[in-house]
Design a protein around this ligand. Sequence first.
Ligand SMILES: Nc1ncnc2c1ncn2[C@@H]1O[C@H](COP(=O)(O)OP(=O)(O)OP(=O)(O)O)[C@@H](O)[C@H]1O
Length: 645
Amino acid sequence: MSPKLDSPVQTQMAVSVLNHSLRGDRHGNQKSEGKPVGRRRVFVQTETGLVLGMDLDRGDNAHTVKRRLQLALNFPTEESSLTFGDLVLKNDLTAIRRDSPLLLTRNNLQRSSSTPCLSPCGKDQQQRDSGGPIEVLGCSSRCSQTKQLVKDVAKAIKSGVDPVPVHSGLGGAYYFRNSRGESIAIVKPTDEEPFAPNNPKGFVGKALGQPGLKGSVRVGETGFREVAAYLLDYDCFANVPPTVLVKITHSVFHVNAGENGYNCKNHDKNQNLISKIASFQKYITHDFDASDHGTSSFPVAAVHRIGILDVRIFNTDRHAGNLLVRKVGGGVGRFGGQMELIPIDHGLCLPENLEDPYFEWIHWPQASIPFSEEELEYIANLDPVSDSEMLRMELPMIREACLRVLVLCTIFLKEAAAFGLCLSEIGGMMSREFKGKEEVPSELELVCIEARRLVAERELFPSEAEPGTEDDIQFNIEFENSYPMSHKVLTPCHFGGGTLIHTLSKLEEGSEEEDEDDNNEMSNVEKGPCYRNVPRQLPSVSNLSVSLKGIGLHEKRKRFTAVNGSITSKDSSSSSAIGRQAGKRSACEQLHRSKNFVKLSDMGEEQWVAFLDKFQELLHGAFRNRQSITTSQMQRLRLGTSCKF
Ligand SMILES: Nc1ncnc2c1ncn2[C@@H]1O[C@H](COP(=O)(O)OP(=O)(O)OP(=O)(O)O)[C@@H](O)[C@H]1O
C-alpha cells in the first residue's frame, strides 16, 4: 500500500473508527495495545485474492495474524502490510470489529497481479478456516431480506446445486441457485473484478488495492460500494436489490494460474474449494435491460428515483445495461404494460475523488420533468451526515474520501432540488464536457475548485475582509500568447472576489502525474491545496484579457474553451458516446482514465468544514446560471421549431 497513508482523511477515519473503542495513537505505540477485547471473526484477504476467515483472540495483533496466514496459505507475509480501509494496522487490532475484511499487501516488492507460488485452495485451507460455505460480513437490520437467501444458497450448495457463471459484464459473476435450481442471488467476487488478479475474462493486471477501471475506485473495493448503495437506498426508494458482503466458498470460482502454472481448475472438485470476499445480491427476475428497450415507456418516478440515488452516490457507471427492466401488469406485445426499473451494479459509485459521472438517463425526457412533491420531500429529508455515520457503522472499511463525495453530492442535490432544478440539469452540472479529446471540469467541479481557493485564501490572509458576495462575480480569462496551448491560464477564477490565481491547466498536469503514480496514492496522498503547483502571480494585463463580470459557470467553461479549443458534448458527439448510447461500453472505453481536477480528500477536518460552507455559498450563483442556460436553450429550440414550419 501507499507509504503515505497518514493523510488527514485517514486520521479522521481512524478517529471515527476508534471513537467507539479507544483513544490515542492507532499505530500501536499506545496504552490500548493488548487491551482485552472479545473474540472476533475477521476475514483476511491477500492482494492476490486468497481469503482466510480467522478468529481473533484477545492478544492477537497484526504480526500474529500474518503468521497464521503464512501457515494456513503458505503466503509470504514478510514485508507486508495489513490494512483495513484507510487504516494501516501496525500492530494493534482493537479497532477492528467483528466480521471485518482485512487486506494483506506486500510492500516494496514489484506488485503484480500474478498469484504467487502457493496453494490457494483445497480442503487443507478449509480445515484451517472453520467457517461455513457463506458467512455474511456484518449484518444490520437491513440484511434481514438477504438472510433467508443466504440460508437457501448454503442449503443448495450442500445438496450439490452448482452456481452458474454469468457471461455478460467484464467482471466475474455467478448466479447462485436454490435447491429447486432457481437463480436467487448474483455473487461478484472482489478479486474477479475487471483488472483484479483473478478476473476470468482476461481483464487482469492489477493487485487488490490499486486503482482500477476508474482511477478513484481501487481494485477489490467495488463489493462494499454495492452494499453502500443498497444501504443508502432508504425505503427501497430507487429499488436497489438487497445486497450484503459475504465470504463465500465454492469450487466454481475462478483463480488465474500463478507464475508456477498452478491452476485450481485442474484439480479434483473436492480439492477445489476457493474462498472469496464477494457482494451477494438478490437475483431479480427481469425481462430486459434498458439497452434493449425504448426508454419512453419508463415511468417518470422510477427514472427520478434512480437519478436521485445516482446523484447522491456519484455513480460513474449508470449505463443502460445497469438498469434491469421488468414488465408489470398487463399490456400487449413485448413492450406493452407498465415497466419497473431495477438499478444494479453500483460497484463504481462513491469514488474517492470527483470524476466524470455517467448518467444514462441524463437526456431522457423524464429527467427534464420537475420533481414531484414526494420526491422533493425525500430529498429534503436526506441527511448526509447521518448517512456517513450509518455507513461507517455498517461498512467500517469504507474510506473517508468516499464519504466526502457522498456528503458533497447530497448537499449539491438538496440545494439544487430546493432551488428548482430538474434531474437533467443537476446531472448536467455534475458531468464534464470534452474539448476535442480533453475533459473540461464540470460545473460542480468548478464550484469546488473555487470553494477550495476561497478557503485557502482565507487561511493565507485571515485578517482580510471576507470575499464579496456571489453578486460580485468576476472572472478574467488571461491568454498569454507566448504560452504553449497547454499553459493557457485561467486567472483569476473568481466567483466571489479574492485575489489568488488559479491555473486549471496546471492542475490538470498535476493530476495526470498523479494518475501515473497510481500505486495506491489516490486519496491517501496529502498533496496540499489544489493549486499547489501554481506560481503565485498577480493578474497582469495580457494580450487577451476578458472581464466576465457576472457570467456563470457554463459561460466560463465556454470561454475557457474558446481559448483552449472547442468543446464537444460528450453526450452528443464524442466517440465514446456512441458506445454509451448502445448501452454497453468497451473495455478500452472503460479504461479511459478520468482527470482529477479537484481533490476533496487532502483537506483536514477544519478545512473540509470551511470548504463545505463556501461550497454551499457558491451554489446559488451556479444554479442561477444553469437555469438561465436552460431557458435560453429552450428559447433557441422553440425558435428553431417555429422556423421549420
Ligand atoms: N440483481 C440482479 N438480478 C438479476 N440479474 C442481475 C443482477 N445483477 C446483475 N445481473 C445480471 O448480471 C450481469 C452482470 O452483472 P453486472 O453488470 O453487475 O456485472 P459487471 O461485471 O459489473 O458488469 P459491467 O461490465 O457491465 O460493469 C448483468 O448484465 C445482468 O444481466
